[in-house]
Design a protein around this ligand. Structure first.
Ligand code: ADP
Ligand code: MG
Length: 701
């Protein structure tokens, strides 16, 4: 029966090779099973009927009953459309078709009562229904059970090829009619009984053809659980594997490096949160287990210091440490910070980036190999094949969302015994997402900013207020502040974005002419030296304004910059806006973030900007971000680093199910760490199957 499910979709009656190709391209459906797992994204209650008088354009799908009073073909040759006037006892509405006009015209009968189903659409001042579904009332009454109609996501391209939600539903019906598919259970019987779930077979059927709400909810709960459960099981199983196969280096002591630094060099008192995290890390490093810890803390909370102190513990125990940053700018900045922080301490550290010269590079390689070099700061260059350490004990990865996890994995191969890993991120991750993405890592949180910081004030202006904003900028500059102006840069429309940036730079130059004002510009197309040069001038306060693309997004620490102006703010994602805002508010001065946008905003964009104005709390913003994203927002999910798309569960809504799934997965692995008991064979089988699917597990580990 398993083979039946694996049958190529093209063999399903009504599909064929051409549609099969489309289904594959657009929805990744290649087998019968894929089709079964293409779940409805919503259900429409088809027990509710509207009267034509009640219809307005804001309504979602509606259903009406009535008769056709006239049918005509309107428009010229290429814009031909079929228009039918449809009436009930309260009024008339137009039904419109652009495709298949003559065929549809044939089928429409004047004397019958129809049930019409579609989405109200505002055309000029009139409301019409475009390409509605029509069914003769008589047939309609007979057909539906329970009154819920499943709606399936499709794409424009599919719709143009007559693969609508309705067609998909028909295909699934065909699948069930051709041979009642017997679906093998994927969870151990014990578990199904314990959780009072329906069988997988029943759940799958119900989710496509629900007879009632209660039954539907039960089926969906099972499918959601299952989806989240296998993710957890996979991550946690890998963790178990790591813990049983690798030992961690033991760093039992704290010695002169850390103590010396703490006593003599530490320029301020650690916040309580920093202290707590350093303690957690020390405990890990001394435990004999390999540390895999994620350190989350909002921008500016002082993660670098925690990284440095952790590295000093490695040194105290005779090990080397590495600090990796996602960009050269950041690596340089970390190197400069070490210089200041360590001062005259006898620590040997080096910087390795793409622009390190050959001779210097060779020196560094030699120093790493003979153990002379103790700390290496760098970019990706640091994990190249040629870089060999003599005894790397700890790796700190800063702002990891820019670091592919595959790169993280390469680090491990550097040593037979993998180093301790500390991943730091300022992108706040909601708990559910963290559990899913980093479910195998232990998590530390710094939830407090160093004392004396004033929260950044955030304001939103439309373009018409630009002069006022310029006035404000001049005042800030007069008081010694520096200003960032950021333009969006989104790959697909690169050309246009550069034009925005250049126009923006030009108008800023006009409003802020030299010699009174110095303005620099930094973007991704500049050479590294040019970028560094401009950054340096800004850091040295030689320029007042830095016009930039999002190259400055992550981690840059320039305390004197007190104003962040974000142009076309509506085009940025929430998390990105939050990251950008984090570039200011690092000094003692009151800082400002000004969001510029056009007057016209989509509802989502407005919500994003309002959220930014309302709160500085990164976690609140991350939650809002997760909620704002629909489940189908692939681009958005990639941006936030989610490497897969969930089919039915939602990380923002199904928190409880997720927690429960994790709990059950932990319990199972405690009882049977290798899952080799007969009862659990189905689990192993399913994990294996999923690892071959579109779901890229390797990215998560
Ligand atoms: P992030 O967590 O965003 O990487 P940084 O490590 O860059 O933040 O720290 C931001 C700023 O706060 C730096 O200038 C740093 O020197 C300062 N800082 C860090 N810890 C403290 C502290 N405990 N007290 C005062 N200032 C601190
Ligand atoms: Mg940082």
């Amino acid at each position: 029966m398993a083979e039946f499910l694996q049958t190529d979709i093209k063999f399903l009656p009504g599909v064929g090779p051409k549609r099969a190709e489309l289904l594959k391209q657009e929805l990744n459906i290649t087998t019968f099973e894929d089709l079964l797992y293409h779940f409805p994204y919503k259900y429409i209650d088809r027990t509710r009927f509207y009267k034509i008088r009640e219809i307005h354009s804001q309504l979602p799908y509606i259903q009406i009953r009535g008769k056709i009073s006239s049918v005509e073909i309107a428009g010229a040759k290429y814009k031909k459309r079929l228009v039918a006037q449809f009436t009930d006892d309260t009024g008339m509405i137009e039904l419109v078709w652009f495709r298949g006009t003559s065929w549809i015209r044939e089928t429409l009968k004047r004397d019958r009562e129809y049930v019409v189903f579609g989405k109200p659409n505002l055309h000029g001042r009139q409301i019409n229904l475009v390409h509605p579904e029509m069914e003769e009332s008589e047939k309609f009454e007979k057909q539906l059970s329970g009154g819920f109609q499943a709606m399936y996501s499709t794409t424009e391209k599919l719709k143009n090829n007559y693969l609508s939600s309705r067609t998909l539903q028909k295909l699934i019906t065909t699948l069930y009619q051709s041979q009642k598919p017997k679906i093998p259970e994927t969870l151990p019987d014990r578990l199904v009984r314990k959780l009072n779930f329906s069988s997988l077979e029943k759940a799958l059927y119900t989710v496509h053809f629900p007879a009632g709400t209660k039954e539907l909810e039960k089926a969906r709960a099972r499918l959601k659980f299952e989806e989240l459960f296998f993710i957890q099981l996979n991550i946690l199983k890998q963790k178990v594997h790591r813990e049983t196969h690798f030992q961690g280096f033991v760093f039992p002591k704290v010695g002169d490096y850390l103590n010396g630094f703490y006593r003599e060099r530490l320029p301020f008192v650690l916040t309580d949160a920093q202290k707590k995290v350093v303690r957690e890390i020390r405990r890990d490093l001394g435990s004999g287990r390999q540390m895999n810890r994620l350190l989350q803390g909002d921008v500016g909370c002082g993660k670098t210091l925690v990284a440095l102190m952790s590295m000093l513990i490695a040194l105290d125990n005779g090990f080397q440490a590495a600090l990796m940053a996602p960009t050269e700018i950041l690596a340089n900045q970390h190197y400069a910070t070490l210089k200041i922080m360590l001062g005259d301490m006898p620590v040997k550290y080096g910087l390795l980036t793409g622009s390190t010269k050959k001779a210097e590079r060779e020196d560094i390689h030699a120093g790493l190999l003979d153990g002379n070099l103790q700390i290496l700061v760098g970019t990706h260059a640091l994990i190249e094949e040629t870089v060999q350490f003599s005894n790397l004990g700890l790796v700190v990865i800063d702002e990891q969302h820019r670091f592919g996890v595959a790169q993280r994995a390469r680090l491990w191969q550097k040593n037979i015994q993998p180093p301790h890993v500390l991943v730091m991120t300022a992108t706040p991750i909601p708990r559910t997402l963290a559990m899913t993405l980093y479910g195998d890592l232990d998590i530390s949180v710094i939830d407090e900013l160093p004392p004396g910081r004033k929260p950044v004030k955030t304001l939103h202006f439309t373009d018409s207020k630009r002069l006022r904003v310029h006035g404000f900028m001049k005042k800030q500059i007069a008081e010694g502040g520096q200003i960032y102006i950021v333009y969006p840069l989104i790959k697909e429309s690169e050309k246009m974005d550069y034009k925005d940036l250049e126009d923006g730079y030009f108008s800023i130059r006009q409003a802020f002419p030299s010699p009174d004002y110095a303005v620099s510009i930094v973007h991704g197309k500049l050479k590294t030296e040019e970028k560094n040069f401009e950054m340096k001038r800004f850091i040295q306060k030689k320029t007042h304004i830095m016009v930039a693309t999002t190259v400055i997004e992550v981690g840059v620490d320039i305390p004197n910059a007190s104003v962040m102006i974000i142009e076309s703010a509506e085009r940025f994602g929430l998390l990105q806006l939050h990251q950008l805002r984090g570039r200011v508010g690092r000094g003692a001065e009151q800082s400002y973030c000004i969001l510029m946008s056009s007057h016209k905003l989509s509802d989502d964009a407005r919500l994003r900007l309002e959220t930014m104005v309302r709160t500085n709390d990164g976690f609140e913003i991350a939650e809002a971000d997760l909620k704002l994203r629909g489940p189908g927002d692939l681009e958005g999910t990639q941006q936030s680093g989610i490497p897969f798309q969930l089919k039915i569960a939602s990380l923002s809504k199904d928190t409880q199910i997720l927690q429960y799934a994790r709990k059950i997965a932990i319990e199972m692995l405690e009882e049977d760490p290798l899952l080799d008991e007969p009862d659990n064979a189905v689990l192993l089988k399913q994990l294996k199957k999923l690892s071959r699917g579109p779901f890229d597990w390797s990215v998560i580990s």
